[in-house]
Design a protein around this ligand. Structure first.
Ligand code: NDP
Length: 289
C-alpha cells in the first residue's frame, strides 16, 4: 500500500513544475489529495482486489475493495502505476532513500560532481547512465552478463562516454555504509573476485513491474504487463475503462507526465459520461454504491 504512489517512497522531487525549491514527495502527495478534495473528490483508502468490467457501452463496471466492498461505476480510471524492481539484498533495502534510488532523473541532481554506480543493462540503465554522466564525476555501470540488452545506439553512447566505466559480468555483493551509501562491494560472477568501489549514490535500473495483475484476462497488455491504450488517448479497448500514468507508460515515467495523462483520463471519462448521458447523476454524486 503506497497511497500517493512511487513519489511517497522518494525524498525530494526536483523536476515537477511549480516547485522552484523542490518538494518532499510525500508532502506533494498530501497537497495533491487536498487539491482534489477541494473539488469534491472523495478519497477512500483500500486495496482493489478484483474487478469485473462491462464490455458494452454504458455497462456498469464493478471493483471489489479489500475483498468485501463492491463499488459500481459507469467509468473506471486505472492509475495503479508501476513498481520499480530492486535487487532485494538487505544493505540495498536499508539504504533506500539514503543514497540508493531507482530513478536517476529524479535523484541524480543530489550527486552532482560525485562518484555513482548504476545497476542494469537495458535501455533505461543506458539512458540513465548517460544522464548521470552529465551531472556526476564518474559513473560505474554494473552489467551482470557479458553483453548489454540496451539498443545498439544506446550501448554505443555509453561505451563512448569518457566518465562511464562499464563492468561486465559484475553484480552487487553489498552496499557499504550505515546511514548513507559510502561504497559498493562488487563481485565478478565468472571469477568470484570481489572489489570495493567508493561511491555516494547507487541507482538501480533493472526494470519496473506494472501493477496490472488484477486486470489480466480483461484488458490488453504488452508482454511486460503494461496496459495498452488507444493512440492519443487513455482509452482501453473497453468502453468507460481508461488507463493513465506509469501503468500504461514505460518510456517517460515521470510525475509530470503521469499527472498529464491523468488529466487526459479525466477528460476522456467526462466525455464518455456525457456520451452515455449520466453526467447529471455524476454531478449529483449518487451513482456510486
Ligand atoms: P529491461 O527489462 O529492458 O532491462 C532490465 C535490465 O536489468 C536487463 O539488462 C537485465 O539484465 C538487468 N537486470 C534485471 N535484474 C537484474 C539483477 N537482479 N541484477 C542485475 N541486473 C539485472 O528494463 P528497462 O527498464 O531498461 O526497459 C523496459 C522497456 O522500456 C524496454 O522495452 C526498453 O526498450 C524500453 N525503454 C525504451 C526507452 C527508449 O526507447 N528511449 C527508454 C527506456 C526504456 P539481463 O540483460 O541480463 O536480463
Amino acid at each position: 500500500m503506497e497511497p500517493g504512489g512511487q513519489l511517497t517512497t522518494t525524498t525530494e522531487v526536483d523536476n515537477f513544475p511549480g516547485y522552484p525549491d523542490g518538494i518532499d514527495g510525500p508532502a506533494m502527495m498530501v497537497d495533491l489529495q487536498k487539491q482534489a478534495e477541494r473539488f469534491g473528490t472523495e478519497v477512500r483508502i483500500g486495496m482493489v482486489t478484483a474487478v469485473k468490467f462491462a464490455t458494452e457501452v454504458g455497462g456498469i463496471h464493478t471493483a471489489v475493495v479489500d475483498g468485501k466492498t463492491t463499488i459500481e461505476a459507469n467509468t473506471i480510471i486505472i492509475s495503479t502505476g508501476a513498481t520499480a524492481k530492486y535487487l532485494n539484498i538487505p544493505s540495498e533495502q536499508r539504504l533506500r532513500g539514503g543514497g540508493v534510488s531507482a530513478c536517476a532523473v529524479c535523484d541524480g541532481f543530489f550527486y552532482r560532481g560525485q562518484d555513482v554506480a548504476i545497476v542494469g543493462a537495458g535501455d533505461t540503465a543506458a539512458e540513465e547512465a548517460t544522464y548521470l554522466s552529465n551531472i556526476c564525476k564518474s559513473v560505474t555501470m554494473l552489467v551482470r552478463r557479458d553483453t548489454m540488452r540496451a539498443s545498439k545506439a544506446m550501448q554505443h553512447r555509453v561505451l563512448n562516454t569518457k566518465n562511464i566505466e562499464v563492468l561486465f559480468n559484475t553484480e552487487v555483493d553489498e552496499v557499504l555504509g550505515e546511514q548513507v551509501v559510502e561504497g559498493l562491494r562488487v563481485v565478478n560472477n565468472r571469477t568470484n573476485d570481489k572489489k570495493e568501489i567508493a561511491i555516494t549514490g547507487l541507482f538501480i535500473a533493472i526494470g519496473h513491474k506494472p501493477n496490472t495483475d488484477i486486470f489480466k484476462g480483461q484488458l490488453h497488455m504488452d508482454d511486460a504487463g503494461y496496459l495498452i491504450t488507444k493512440p492519443d488517448s487513455t482509452k482501453t479497448e473497453l468502453p468507460g475503462v481508461f488507463a493513465c500514468g506509469d501503468v500504461q507508460d514505460k518510456i517517460y515515467r515521470q510525475a509530470v507526465t503521469a499527472a498529464g495523462s491523468g488529466c487526459m483520463a479525466a477528460l476522456d471519462a467526462e466525455r464518455y459520461l456525457a456520451e452515455i448521458g449520466v453526467v447529471e447523476e455524476v454531478i449529483a454524486g449518487d451513482y456510486t454504491v
